[in-house]
Design a protein around this ligand. Structure first.
Ligand SMILES: O=c1ccn([C@@H]2O[C@H](COP(=O)(O)O)[C@@H](O)[C@H]2O)c(=O)[nH]1
Length: 232
């Protein structure tokens, strides 16, 4: 059965066994899963295939950032794995994003959603100042969102704190929002956070949630509670 909720569980684990043990506690009708840099670097495409075999749609979160040709070929390789979603850094620029769009458009059949990472949800204004950007995260997100729209991307990774403003000006773009923290849970290294319900109210289309689910005593129960909270 296709996934019925906006929740994407981040499988940030150091081994295939650990990732699949967690996936085994989750229901593909209630969430999609995300494979990021740690898991993919350790396990490679085989873990994506195993998750597909278990019925999950997979967001391959490798945040490609390189020259246009290299990035486009990486996106093509991701598409050939049959993933549901793939992403690149918007700060790679317009030509880089357009090359990724073009390589997917040249393929036949079902394509992954092509998503641009704006400003990491772990970053706040002082972090942008450290890298020479004298503006607040929301301004930089809007600038990169407009660029991603021009390049024909399908959506953005951003904080849900920016979702309302982006939806108001660029409603075509799907918004994928990490930095989701249920009320009362620890912030960890995230900085621009919202609760699941606040994120949905602001216009987020997909909620990326890792530790609040995978670090719970009972991940299946944590996921079910989040799903119930969004439905209510
Ligand atoms: O801006 C970004 C982009 C990606 N992420 C990823 O999302 C998850 C969040 O995990 P939590 O445990 O819920 O913090 C993680 O895999 C990040 O690599 C992000 O947090 N922010």
């Amino acid at each position: 059965m296709a996934c019925q909720t906006p929740i994407v569980v981040a499988l940030d684990f150091p081994s295939r066994d650990a990732a699949l043990a967690m996936a085994g506690q989750l229901d593909p009708a209630l969430c999609r899963v995300k494979v990021g840099k740690e898991l993919f670097t350790r396990c490679g495409p085989a873990v994506v295939e195993s998750l597909h075999d278990r019925g999950f749609e997979v967001f391959l979160d490798l945040k490609f950032h390189d020259i246009p040709n290299t990035t486009a070929m990486a996106v093509k390789a991701a598409a050939e794995l049959g993933v549901w979603m793939v992403n690149v850094h918007c700060s790679g620029g317009l030509r880089m994003m357009a090359a990724c769009r073009e390589v997917l458009d040249q393929r036949s059949g079902e394509q992954p959603l092509l998503i641009g990472v704006t400003v990491l949800t772990s970053m706040e204004q002082s972090d942008l100042a450290d890298i020479g950007l004298d503006l607040d995260p929301a301004q930089q997100v809007m600038r990169l969102a407009a660029l991603a729209d021009r390049a024909g991307l399908d959506g953005l990774v951003c904080s849900a704190q920016e979702a309302r403003a982006i939806k108001a000006s660029l409603p075509r773009l799907a918004l994928v929002t990490p930095g989701i923290r249920p009320a009362g849970s620890v912030q960890d290294d995230q900085r621009r956070i919202l609760t699941p319900a606040e994120a949905r109210q602001a216009g987020a289309d997909y909620l990326v949630i890792g530790r609040p689910i995978t670090g719970a005593v009972d991940p299946a129960e944590a996921l079910a509670a989040l799903v119930a909270g969004l439905a209510g």
